[in-house]
Write a protein that binds this ligand. Structure first.
Ligand code: NAP
Length: 305
């Protein structure tokens, strides 16, 4: 086993096409993994963590939103398992929060881009989900995020919703970070092989959101669909992702062993199939996010020992 006690950073990768935004950028949920990635790419923007701006507080949101701003909402209740027993808390942040943002942005003449999730789908498909496919969440988290989407669609015709999936930075407690840690602690690691998705580097997603935010006329342009999907390209199981992490840090990927969803019972059922199609993103003229393996390699090389 390798030992690592490295400090990690987000800044040493080559970013895909980041377009400078002309309007002013406001980022909510700024201390989360996506919020931090966005602020790292757009240092002049205004970022607010939960302590500085609670997105469910309309007066507080009004105080920071100005005409011409583009507000990218990265705030969310993301504890998928805990949400099963904290439904009210999940709905407050994931449904009421985006509704507040949509109402305030519409009133103020600001543009809203809010981030949503693959969990709005049932996760039973056999081909990548398009934004227009029927939803059908099977978790409280998914239902709360879908309620947020519906409120945004209803309250702000100029708002755009960007669904993503399997987001990581490789730091903290996300899946990639956990695999890096377990590689140093265990000889073998069992990882679920029967759930498929598109691993998405937060930095690539942040670059995509900036491109959307900076498009002339977007996200309010009529040509821009109201719901878009943005993930790194390609698909993998958690098992394949774990193997790629091991390989990427110079460890033997055969130390990752496959297991099934049934081996890891969780309070919230996990979707078997969570791949989101990038066709609508590309059709809107936005730069497709690169293949997940290339993104993972960049993420791992941005983490210094
Ligand atoms: N991570 C994934 O794999 C994934 C997959 C699909 C979609 N998404 C979506 O991507 C977006 C970003 O997720 P993420 O991974 O960056 O999540 P994250 O790391 O959990 O960050 C979410 C941030 O929102 C903050 N927050 C919670 N309640 C708030 C409130 N009422 N007002 C303001 N801020 C609040 C949280 O602060 P506290 O920590 O203090 O509560 C946290 O810093 C979310 O919309 C999420 O649903 C994520």
């Amino acid at each position: 086993m390798r030992s690592r006690a490295g400090r990690a950073r987000l800044s040493a990768v080559t970013f895909p096409a980041v377009t400078p935004i002309t309007a002013r950028l406001v980022v909510t949920g700024a201390h989360g993994q996506l919020g931090r990635a966005l602020l790292a790419l757009a240092p002049g923007s205004r970022g607010y963590g939960r302590a500085e701006l609670d997105i469910t507080d309309a007066d507080a949101v009004r105080a920071v939103v100005n005409p011409g701003d583009v507000l990218v909402n990265c705030a969310a209740y993301t504890a998928v398992d805990r949400a099963e027993s904290e439904e009210a808390a999940a709905f407050a942040v994931n449904a009421t929060g985006p509704a507040v943002l949509a109402r305030v942005c519409a009133e103020a003449g600001a543009r809203l881009v809010t981030v949503s999730t693959d969990y709005v789908f049932p996760g039973t498909a056999a081909q990548p989900y398009e934004p227009t496919d029927p939803t059908g969440p099977s978790t409280v988290y998914g239902r709360s995020k879908l309620a947020g989407e519906q409120a945004v669609l209803e309250l702000d015709p100029n708002a755009r919703i960007v669904r993503t999936a399997w987001v990581y930075t490789g730091q903290g407690t996300d899946f990639v970070a956990t695999m890096r840690r377990l590689e140093g602690e265990r000889e073998t690691v069992n990882v679920v092989a029967d759930q498929l998705g598109s691993p998405t580097y937060a930095v690539d997603l942040a670059a995509g959101l900036l491109e959307l935010a900076g498009r002339p006329g977007a996200p309010g342009s009529p040509a821009m669909p109201r719901i878009l999907h943005a993930t790194n390209a390609g698909q993998a199981s958690w098992f394949e992702l774990a193997r790629a992490v091991f390989a990427g840090i110079g460890a033997d990927p055969n130390r990752v062993l496959p297991c099934g969803t049934a081996d890891f019972p969780r309070p919230a059922p996990r979707p078997a199939y969570s791949v989101l199609s990038g066709k609508s993103w590309a059709a809107a003229g936005l730069t497709p996010l690169r293949d997940w393996r290339a993104a993972l390699n960049d993420a791992l090389s941005a983490i210094s020992d």
